[in-house]
Design a protein around this ligand. Structure first.
Ligand code: NAD
Length: 515
């Protein structure tokens, strides 16, 4: 049974993000003849936690609207010890620390002050604020709930349900003993300081502590969070516990110096490249010299770009939330990484303004001639219109859910190949599992060891999915697809879901249901 469709205000039926995402699930469930009760178990999450976190927010200085500047043109400048007192935020505001007022000479009119060399600002009073928080635990039949924590202003219950279900499919495809979850806070992280984000993170764990744990629910970084946030979560979870060192596996994606795994930082990008290596090997076309378009230059995008450039591929254009850059003879990736990620001036961590490439529009980005497109930003970017104009041979989904149903249909009609997200970006969660294993066993593996395990895992599961798609049951030294093929050919996305569902269903069928 499919979930009921929602009516939008015009009365036309419009599917929610979750309903769209579950189309593949329902299609694959039909193909494998999924047990009806298993289908019901997987159709909706086990638990939907929605809660609120509060924190005290500091006073901030917000740039004055242009039309108001005239009224304050005679306002004298205030002298504030800017370096210690004003903390720049990535959205252009400043936090005002109280110590700014010591030895300062301030002239304020109607709440407006002039800061030398920076301009006119309005003081916005801080105070306690409330934020909506989520954790969706989709399924745990194969092991503890597992999935990222996202801090973003556009999150919703529907989106987290979608992402949590995708984690259930992904952990099954990667064949690691975890289930699926996702969560986070509805917040624009660029508008808050590190200290404010830390306080919200502490509050999140304080409220959610009873529902998480190394054998219960294990968060990891996602959009807007990182290893630093994971360290704060681990500290808050283990604080005051008698055997706190045995609880390190409560989060993954930690810094290697505090129990993280070698190779975890680049694992998702590395997994994207291992999938692409298999794709290229089958075509007898090396990745060296391949032309690549990349959307998103965060953790996944920049790691994939660095590894691909190391293999001789050319990154010809990069699009992110602030702009698009293009260099037909190939962007210098190490220089771009330094410009975006090792540059304190670049508060938004954007590729925009990179001197080694020209600025182009986002619409021109999709039109560029290339072999490979890696979407590594947010969901829903490759819709029908984009799929119609792309000139690439393959789309390797680094992001979660970057292609809409329309996009999928058109890519397939245009014979553009697809490496679906649930295998393509499974490198992150796979190395998260290695991190968890190392924590539980109190071991530390080398990067070479991590990567050779990851390569085997991604390539063998990718090979099984290709065999399911081509209906080619076979056993080789690295994989065995005989149990998973269904007697007819399938598209890659359905084939990946077939693999996930068969692995999940086995648990219900062999273990049975508790009544
Ligand atoms: P990130 O926050 O490090 O980077 C996100 C990037 O996307 C930034 O470059 C940002 O500018 C860009 N972006 C955001 N909105 C955009 C828009 N509207 N148009 C163009 N670019 C936009 O995030 P990340 O960790 O690299 O994750 C990227 C994607 O990969 C997400 O979909 C995430 O769920 C998925 N993913 C991440 C991991 C991981 O280990 N980090 C694992 C699996 C999947």
């Amino acid at each position: 049974m499919r979930a009921a469709r929602k009516e939008n205000s015009q009365g036309a039926s419009k599917k929610s993000v979750y309903q769209e995402a579950m189309e593949t699930f329902h299609r694959a469930a039909e193909v494998v003849g999924l047990h009806p009760r298993v289908r019901l178990e997987l159709e909706e999450p086990d638990f939907e936690h929605i809660f609120y976190v509060t924190a005290d927010i500091r006073d901030r200085l917000v740039p004055l609207e242009q039309e108001e500047e005239e009224r304050f043109k005679d306002l004298p400048a205030s002298s504030v010890k800017a370096s210690e007192a004003l903390e720049p935020l990535a959205n252009g505001n400043f936090l005002l620390h109280r110590r700014a007022l010591l030895q300062a000479d301030i002239t304020m009119r109607e709440g407006v002050i002039r800061i030398p060399k920076r301009g006119l600002f309005r003081l916005e009073r801080g105070g306690p604020r409330k934020f909506k928080a989520y954790r969706i635990q989709h399924n745990q039949v194969r092991g503890p709930y597992k999935g990222g924590i996202r801090y973003h202003r556009d999150v919703s219950l529907d989106l987290f349900k979608t992402l949590a279900a995708e984690m259930t499919w992904k952990t099954a495809i990667a064949d690691i003993p975890f289930g699926g979850a996702k969560g986070g806070i509805r917040i624009d992280p660029f508008a808050y300081s590190r200290e404010e984000i830390e306080h919200l993170t502490l509050r999140y764990v304080y409220k959610f502590k009873n529902f998480m744990g190394p054998y219960l629910d294990i968060p990891a970084p996602d959009v807007g969070t990182n290893g630093e946030i994971m360290a704060i979560m681990m500290r808050q979870y283990t604080d005051g516990e008698r055997e706190k060192h045995s609880l390190k596996g409560v989060v993954t994606g930690k810094d290697v110096r505090i129990g993280g795994s070698e190779g975890r930082l680049r694992a998702t990008g590395q997994g994207v490249v291992y999938s692409l290596e298999e794709w290229a090997r089958e075509r007898g076309a090396p990745l060296a010299g391949a032309r690549v378009l990349l959307q998103g230059f965060g953790n996944v995008g920049s790691s994939a770009a660095e590894i691909l450039a190391g293999l001789g591929a050319k990154i010809v254009a990069v699009n992110d939330v602030n702009g698009t850059i293009h260099n037909d003879s190939g962007i210098d990736v190490p220089k771009l990484i330094a410009y975006v990620h090792e540059n304190r001036e670049n508060l938004r961590r954007s590729v925009s303004g990179f001197p080694g490439a020209a600025a182009i529009s986002k619409s021109d980005f999709w039109l560029l001639d290339a072999d490979i497109l890696i979407p590594a930003a947010l969901g829903g970017e490759i819709d029908g219109n984009v799929a119609e104009v792309l000139k690439v041979k393959v789309v390797a989904e680094g992001a979660n859910g970057p292609t809409t149903l329309d996009g999928d249909r058109i890519l397939s009609a245009r014979k553009i190949e697809l490496i679906p997200d649930i295998i393509c970006n499974a490198g992150g969660v796979t190395v998260s599992y290695y991190e968890w294993l190392q924590n539980q066993r109190v071991e530390h593996w080398s990067e070479g060891e991590v990567n050779s395990r990851l390569e085997r895992a991604i390539k063998s599961n990718y090979a099984i999915i290709r065999d399911i798609a081509a209906d080619r049951p076979q056993k080789t030294p690295i994989h065995d697809s005989r149990r998973f093929c269904v007697g007819r050919k399938l598209d890659m996305r359905t084939a990946a879901m077939v693999l996930a569902l068969k692995r999940i269903e086995a648990h219900y069928l062999l273990e049975g249901f508790s009544q």
